[in-house]
Design a protein around this ligand. Structure first.
Ligand SMILES: Cc1cc2nc3c(=O)[nH]c(=O)nc-3n(C[C@H](O)[C@H](O)[C@H](O)COP(=O)(O)OP(=O)(O)OC[C@H]3O[C@@H](n4cnc5c(N)ncnc54)[C@H](O)[C@@H]3O)c2cc1C
Length: 465
C-alpha cells in the first residue's frame, strides 16, 4: 500500500492535534481536546494503551499493574475527572506499605515511632545523629547530601544507600538531590514525618497520634479500566487511536510538518509529545541529550496460597535479594485475583538492553526463591503462573548533571512552535499519574486558548468537567 497523507475534516484547530504516546498524559490531553471539538490522533508504540499505568491480564483472571499504582491527589479538578472516568467503579483501600530490613518487616514510610523498633545499636546511633544533626555541615546538590541532612548518617547508611544503589545502579553521590525531593519523598517517605533533629522528631511523633490512615482510589478491576474508559470516550468523540505503531516526526522551518504512524501520515496543527524527550531530539535532528531512563523487569507470579502479609507493597533493599519491591494486587482490589490465590508483582531494575534485560526469564527461579526467603511463598511448587514483563523508560535517572542536559534539550525543541512536551517521559519528570493528568489539563487549556476558540470550553477544562 502506498503511503498516503491524512487530511483533517473539521476541527477547531487548523488540522489534527497529534498526540504521541497513549499513557496518562497523552490520553487525557486527547480526551479533553476531543471534548472541546478538536480532531485528535493518538499514536502509541505499544499494543495497549495506559503507558506506565497499563495492566497485564493473564488467562482472563489474574490482573497485574505495571508495579503498584493507585490514585492520590488533593487537586479537586483531578478528583472530579477521575470520578467521571471511573464510571465503571472505583474502590478505596487504606494504605499499608512496609520495608524488609535485616530479616524483619517494618511499617513504611518511616515514621518517628519506627525508630525505636529498629535493632538497638542502629536505633541508638540514629538518635545520636538526630541530636547532632543541626550542628553538622553537609554539602549541597546530591541525593546523599539531602538524605544526610534530613536523616543523619546512620539511617542513610542502613536504609538509603543500599536501596538507592540497588534501585538506580548509581551511587547516591552521583544522583541529583531532586531524586529525593520529587521522587523518594513522595513515594517512600512520609511528608509529615520531619526528622532533621530531635525537636522535629518529637513534633512529628505527636502529630502521628491523631492521623487517620490514608485511603487511595483504585479502579475495581485493575488500573487498565481507567484508560480503557478514556480511550472509549476519545473514540466516541471521533478521535483515532493507533496502537503498536511508533510515531515518527519530521520538521523544518520551526514546525513539525508531518507525523507518521506506520504508513499513514498527518500534517498536525499541534503535536503533543509524551514519548521520551531524547527521541524527540533525535527525530528532529537535534543533539541528543545525555539523559537516560531506567528499565524495569516485572516478575508477575501467582501462587495457590493465601498471602501471609497484608501490605500493598514492600521494599526489599538487601543486596542478596534480587527483588527491589513486591506488590500484591489483591490488596488493591480483590477482583484482581481469584480467591485462594495470591499474585505477587516483583520489581527488578536494570538498563534497557543490558544483560539482565535480555535474559530476564533466566532469573525467574531466583525471584521465586527470594519470595520464599522473605516468607511470602511457602512452597515454590504452589506457583501456578509466572511471567516476565519488560518496561522501558520507567524512571528518569536524575544524574547530577541532568538539569543542564534537560535545559539544552528543551531549548532545542522549543524551536518547533507547534511541538508541546508533556508527561513523565516527555518532560523527563519523576511524577505521578495525578501530575500527568494536571499537566494534560493545563496543556489542553493552553492549546485551546491559543487556538482562539476556547472561550466556552476553557472553564470546563479547568474544572476537569
Ligand atoms: C513502578 C511504578 C509505580 C508507580 N506507581 C504510581 C502510583 O502508585 N501512583 C501514581 O499516581 N503514579 C505512579 N507511577 C507513575 C505513573 O505511572 C506515571 O506518572 C504515569 O503513568 C505517566 O504517564 P505519562 O503519560 O506521563 O507517561 P508514560 O506512561 O511514560 O507514557 C508515554 C507513552 O509514550 C509511548 N511511546 C514511547 N515512544 C513512542 C513512540 N515512538 N511512538 C508512540 N508512542 C511512544 C510509551 O509506550 C508510553 O505509552 C508509578 C510508576 C512506576 C514505574
Amino acid at each position: 500500500m502506498a503511503p498516503h497523507a491524512h487530511t483533517a475534516p473539521q476541527s477547531i484547530f487548523d488540522g489534527p492535534v497529534v498526540v504521541v504516546g497513549a499513557g496518562v498524559a497523552g490520553l487525557v490531553t486527547a480526551h479533553l481536546l476531543a471534548e472541546a471539538g478538536a480532531e485528535v490522533v493518538v499514536i502509541e508504540k505499544l499494543d495497549q494503551v495506559g503507558g506506565l499505568a497499563r495492566s497485564y491480564i493473564y488467562e482472563d483472571r489474574y490482573v497485574f499493574d505495571c508495579g503498584p499504582h493507585r490514585f492520590d491527589t488533593s487537586n479537586p479538578n483531578v478528583k472530579s475527572y477521575l470520578e467521571r472516568v471511573l464510571s465503571e467503579g472505583g474502590t478505596f483501600f487504606p494504605r499499608k506499605s512496609e520495608v524488609y530490613f535485616k530479616g524483619k518487616y517494618y511499617g513504611w514510610p518511616i515514621k518517628p515511632q519506627n525508630l525505636v523498633q529498629l535493632p538497638p545499636d542502629i536505633a541508638g546511633k540514629a538518635f545520636v545523629d538526630l541530636a547532632r544533626n543541626s550542628s553538622r555541615q553537609y554539602g549541597e546538590g546530591s541525593f546523599e547530601d539531602y538524605i544526610l541532612r534530613q536523616y543523619g548518617p546512620t539511617l542513610y547508611e542502613h536504609f538509603f544507600l543500599g536501596y538507592s544503589n540497588k534501585f538506580l545502579g548509581i551511587h547516591p553521590r552521583e544522583t541529583h538531590s531532586d531524586w529525593a525531593k520529587v521522587g523518594i519523598n513522595r513515594a517512600i517517605l512520609d511528608d509529615n514525618a520531619q526528622m532533621q533533629n530531635l525537636f522535629q522528631l518529637l513534633k512529628s511523633t505527636l502529630l502521628q497520634f491523631d492521623k487517620k490512615p490514608q485511603h487511595f482510589l483504585y479502579p475495581t478491576g485493575g488500573m487498565h479500566e481507567a484508560w480503557a474508559s478514556v480511550s472509549a470516550q476519545i473514540r466516541r468523540l471521533g478521535g483515532r487511536i493507533f496502537t503498536g505503531t511508533g510515531a515518527r516526526m519530521e520538521g523544518a522551518n520551526g514546525r513539525v510538518h508531518t507525523v507518521w504512524a506506520g504508513k499513514e501520515s498527518f500534517h498536525p496543527s499541534a503535536v503533543v509529545w509524551t514519548a521520551p524527550i531524547t527521541l524527540a531530539s533525535q527525530q528532529l535532528g537535534l543533539p541528543v541529550p545525555d539523559l537516560t531512563y531506567l528499565g524495569l523487569l516485572l516478575y508477575n507470579v501467582v501462587v495457590k496460597e493465601e498471602a501471609p502479609r497484608d501490605y500493598q507493597w514492600c521494599y526489599y533493599g538487601a543486596s542478596d535479594l534480587l527483588i527491589n519491591r513486591v506488590s500484591v494486587p489483591r490488596f488493591f482490589s480483590p477482583a484482581t485475583c481469584p480467591p485462594g490465590m495470591t499474585g505477587y508483582c516483583c520489581e527488578v531494575t536494570c538498563m534497557e538492553g543490558d544483560e539482565r534485560w535480555r535474559s530476564a526469564e533466566r532469573l525467574m527461579d531466583w525471584v521465586i526463591d527470594d519470595l520464599r526467603k522473605v516468607g511470602l511463598v511457602r512452597d515454590p511448587r504452589n506457583v501456578i503462573e509466572a511471567r516476565v514483563e519488560r518496561v522501558g523508560d520507567s524512571y528518569p535517572i536524575y544524574r547530577k548533571d541532568y538539569p543542564g542536559q534537560l535545559e539544552q534539550a528543551r531549548r532545542g525543541l522549543a524551536g518547533f512552535s507547534n511541538l508541546h512536551l508533556a508527561g513523565r517521559t516527555g518532560l523527563f519528570w519523576y511524577n505521578n499519574m495525578d501530575h500527568s493528568i494536571e499537566n494534560a489539563m493545563q496543556l489542553s487549556s493552553r492549546l485551546l486558548r491559543e487556538s482562539g476558540r476556547a472561550e466556552a470550553k476553557e472553564e470546563q477544562l479547568a474544572r476537569g468537567a
